[in-house]
Design a protein around this ligand. Structure first.
Ligand SMILES: *Cc1c(COP(=O)(O)O)cnc(C)c1O
Length: 489
């Protein structure tokens, strides 16, 4: 809403307030659009709330004459892009072929990847101790934060993290939400990657925080386009969000590239929110460096958690680690800690188990998971690389692969979403369209499914592409320039 309208509302409200107290007669307000007034009241309340000015509360004596419940603007402007796009697809899987969902980012659903026994025993012990049924400190139990601080020591140049700089959250999603809310106000903007995880958009748009997309370049192993990124920054930019390793790209930034990003942030006084939920999910030959380990100058809020590495997304255990050696976050750090008071912390049973989970889950377990993901990636890459019209990009980490779809070569399909829909309908293979990640022209597959399913899915994708591939591009077909002599497929 333009601020002039809000101000009008404010004046209008004040006059009602004063009339109420002086005469008690009902306010007579001609020619005022009721909805505008309602919105103004909402804005007024928001402004009042922001100003912490309890005295300014104005009670209208105008009463409702009917039910008039309305969703808040935050709730109505909160959207999950994946859900919206997927729900709009007209999907009817081929009944002759069993469904292979390569769309679901939950690694536990196929039963081939399970949490380690040590991880689960730690939770049993936590339950049996009977010590973790109560509320914890809103940032999390001290012993649990000490455990996370030790586990994350590699994120700090000096290797020493104060447990007070650890905030336990309900999953990495909540960690990201707290960081964004602590740093950005309505009217400010946050830089996020494209292609990128759609949650960043979901968390911000309803709050009136603008998302600005910086491009990741597939031809440069999904490194950020630094020039374009820097051109997005202005004085209202609240943070740069880096997701490394990346969902959906599966790329891993090298140290040099991270230094370039840090350098930009240093020059523009811009804090970093680092979504490093996949920090240990890198394939042999690649190496993950925590961005916080590369700078003492730029404050970094690192978000992580148990979800992916320990294969327990339902446990909802994530955390923020504050890296701010020069105390540049100022009262944003206070704000971050205030955020913890909203839902009074994360699940205490898992908090109680954290020290054991983080120290007793053996390296061999993690290696086994990486092995599955890596060999699935190699298998999918090998099979899809030979297929005409698509171009798989080999990931170096995380649990996904992006596949370029040269939609020009599939003139029957409008775009990536249409391609995905028909792939389900003909072959019962479900990938997510790149549009879910702000990146049309690609599809994303997950690599956590059993390898037999990966293989079968790739065979079916190949069959689908062969059936619809046209050697002549869409432009030629649309302009009716094709005669049969040109087509040789
Ligand atoms: C899965 C995922 C998360 C969220 O993890 P939760 O702990 O389940 O909230 C955050 N960021 C990225 C990039 C993810 O893929």
């Amino acid at each position: 809403m333009p601020s002039s309208v809000a101000n009008e509302g404010y004046k209008y409200q004040s006059s009602i307030g004063s009339r109420n107290t002086s005469s008690g007669s009902p306010p007579v307000v001609p020619n005022v659009d009721v909805d505008v007034v309602d919105e103004s009241i909402a804005q007024l309340q928001l402004d009042t709330h922001h100003a912490h000015n309890q005295d300014a509360v104005v009670v209208s004596n105008k009463l409702r004459s009917a039910w008039k419940v309305k969703g808040s603007s935050l709730s109505l402007n909160t959207h999950n892009r994946i859900r919206n796009i997927v729900e709009a697809l007209k999907i009817k899987p081929n009944p002759l072929k069993p469904m292979i969902p390569l769309s679901i980012g939950d690694p536990t659903i196929f039963g081939n990847l399970k949490a380690a026994d040590e991880t689960m025993k730690a939770v049993l012990k936590s339950v049996e101790s009977g010590k973790f049924n109560g509320y914890a400190h809103t940032q999390g139990h001290e012993a649990s934060r000490v455990a996370v601080a030790k586990y994350s020591a590699h994120q700090r140049i000096d290797g020493d993290i104060d447990p007070n700089d650890v905030v336990l959250c309900s999953g990495c999603s909540a960690a990201l939400e707290y960081c964004i809310l602590a740093l950005a106000d309505r009217g400010q903007n946050v830089l996020v990657p494209r292609p990128g995880f759609c949650l960043y958009h979901t968390l911000t748009e309803g709050l009136g925080i603008e998302v600005r997309y910086y491009d990741l370049l597939p031809e440069l192993e999904w490194r950020a386009d630094l020039k374009q990124l820097e051109s997005l920054i202005d004085e209202n930019t609240a943070a740069l969000l880096i997701n490394n390793p990346s969902n959906p790209c599966g790329s891993v930034f090298d140290k040099e590239h991270l230094m370039q990003l840090v350098d930009i942030c240093e020059r523009h006084y811009l804090p970093i929110i680092a979504d490093e939920i996949y920090e240990h999910f890198v394939f042999p030959g690649s190496h993950h460096v925590a961005v916080s380990n590369l700078t003492r100058e730029v404050p970094v809020l690192s978000c992580g958690g148990l979800t992916k590495r320990f294969l327990v997304p339902g446990w909802r255990m994530g955390w923020i680690i504050v890296h701010d050696q020069h105390k540049r976050l100022g009262n944003a750090l206070t704000g971050l800690k205030n955020m913890c008071g909203r839902i009074l912390g994360s699940n205490t049973i898992i908090q109680g188990a954290l020290p054991d989970i983080l120290t007793k889950t053996p390296q061999s377990y993690f290696d086994g998971v990486i092995d599955v993901l890596h060999s699935n990636a190699q298998l999918a890459y090998k099979l899809l690389k030979q297929v005409r019209g698509i171009n798989p990009i080999m990931p170096n980490g995380a649990m996904y692969m992006m596949i370029g779809v040269c939609i020009e070569r599939f003139p029957e399909f409008k775009d990536d979403t249409h391609f995905v829909q028909e792939l389900v309908n003909e072959q019962s293979v479900f990938c997510l369209p790149g549009s879910c990640f702000e990146y049309p022209g690609y599809v994303r597959i997950v690599l956590t499914v059993p390898s037999t399913m990966i293989e079968e899915a790739c065979v079916r994708i190949a069959e689908f592409c062969e059936a619809h591939f046209k050697k002549e591009s869409r432009a030629l077909i649309e302009h009716n320039l094709l005669d049969d002599a040109h087509v040789d497929y």
